[in-house]
Each structure stands twice: as C-alpha cells, then as structure tokens.
Design a protein. Sequence first.
Length: 107
Amino acid sequence: MWPKLLPTKNTTDASFRGRQILWQQALRHAFPHNTNDPHGYIVADRAGRLHGLRNRVSHMEPLLGVNITARHNDALRLLAAISPEVRDWCAGMSTVIELRRKCPIEL
C-alpha cells in the first residue's frame, strides 16, 4: 500500500500531484523523524524497495541476488523516520547481519 501512496519523482505519473498533496498534508506526519527529505522521496524509495522484496518473498522467488544488508538498512532507516527508539529496539533484536556474516558462500 505505501508505495502507491508515497510521493514519486515521476512527473508523468497520473498520481504525481495527488501523492505530493497527500505527503504534505498527511503522510509526512507518519514519519516525524524524517530529516533531509522534505518531499518524501527517500522514504518512498525505501518503501518501494522493501515492497519489492516482500513480493519476491511472498511469491517464493529466489533471493540469492538480493542485497540483504541494504534491505535491512532500508527497513531500519524507515523505522528511524518513524521512531528512533523502535529502530534501536528492532536493530538490537535483529539477527539479519549476524546470519549474513555466517553465510558460507560469497553473495
């Protein structure tokens, strides 16, 4: 849902103006700690990449080519834009980076 609501840089997208208005009037408040991204493009890019990963997982597609560290960072940065405390808690609970280090093959 989020990638369809968040702002896009694509000015030819029919929803371009509506997404900008939605961001300015409402959605930016969902990310109160989002800094240096007044138009919401960085938030939208991260949400889009995570949505793509979610789709690959749900369709049981291979994930060997996925940069797990980058997607993990996307998730943590989105959480930080919402709540740094929750990001810290999730980062402390996450085993993604540790498991990635233990991977026996170079990806």
